[in-house]
Write a protein that binds this ligand. Structure first.
Ligand SMILES: [Zn+2]
Length: 263
């Protein structure tokens, strides 16, 4: 694993960008490689830009909700989703609703926001962008998932960390087990961000664990809050440190995702 140090100098993501056309071609090939996945496209009628959505099993309830690529300066996120869709052996009767690239225009530009300057991960309680409305149009058809996982990156992070959001009084969750397992890995060892505070939240050696009810007054909801409010009891927002080399970040996110599904 190699650290570039460039993000700190630039005070933002300074690494390589995603080749969005190649990525979408790879997504389009998934059903022929893995017939358990069905692929649909959600399109913006004004621009023709499309978001892929993949489903497996009884995807409308139970199983996993997976989201990636909602911030365009986090290319390891969609690449980890692609690795999961291509390679992960699905357990029998596994259900999944997966959005591997929610922000294709931002991903082309390498910006957190979409091409119209909206942070898509801040409008789930008040949708304005077509991308968020498209995701919600699918979620409208859904019941409750066993868990929801959101793949992200953080250019400031010193290592991997995650947000675990659950119901008040319900302290379950496998975030701590995931971090323990990561700490036991030595070849290569996985860096964990143990800063005491991250984004003004208490960080317990890589785990930012909070009850959803503590955030109800937050004005701009990220996707995780919407899922916690309506579709699941537990969500995990995984953050890889985007100052690391891209293959390592993809590996960290996809390995963490596999752990949460298998454990
Ligand atoms: Zn993000």
């Amino acid at each position: 694993m190699k650290w570039s140090g460039l993000n700190r100098t630039r005070k933002g993501y300074a690494g390589e960008l995603l080749d969005v056309d190649a990525f979408l071609a790879d997504i389009a090939s998934i059903p022929s490689l893995r017939p358990e996945w069905e692929l649909h496209w959600l399109s913006d009628t004004d621009t023709g830009v499309s978001i892929p959505v993949l489903t497996s099993g009884e995807w409308k309830s139970g199983g996993l909700y997976l989201s990636a690529g909602i911030h365009g300066d986090e290319p390891a996120s969609p690449l980890a989703a692609l690795k999961f869709l291509r390679e992960f052996p699905l357990p029998p009767d596994f259900s999944c609703l997966a959005f591997p690239l929610i922000n294709p225009t931002g991903m082309r530009l390498g910006t957190r926001d979409n091409d119209r300057g909206s942070d898509l991960n801040r409008e789930f309680n008040n949708p304005r962008s077509w991308e968020v409305k498209a995701v919600l149009s699918i979620l409208e058809q859904c019941g409750r998932f066993d868990q929801a996982v959101f793949l992200h990156e953080d250019w400031e992070a010193q290592g991997f960390y995650l947000y675990q959001l659950h119901r008040q009084g319900d302290a379950c969750g496998r975030g701590a087990a995931l971090l323990d397992w990561f700490r036991s890995q030595t070849n290569p060892s996985i860096p964990i961000d143990e800063s005491p505070v991250i984004d003004e939240r208490d960080n317990d050696r890589g785990l930012i664990d909070t009850a959803f009810e503590e955030h109800l007054d937050r004005p701009e909801w990220p996707e995780a809050f919407f899922l916690n409010a309506h579709h699941t009891d537990i969500t995990y927002t995984l953050e890889s440190p985007s100052d690391l080399d891209l293959p390592s970040r993809v590996e960290i996110l996809s390995t963490a995702l596999a752990f949460l599904i298998e454990s």
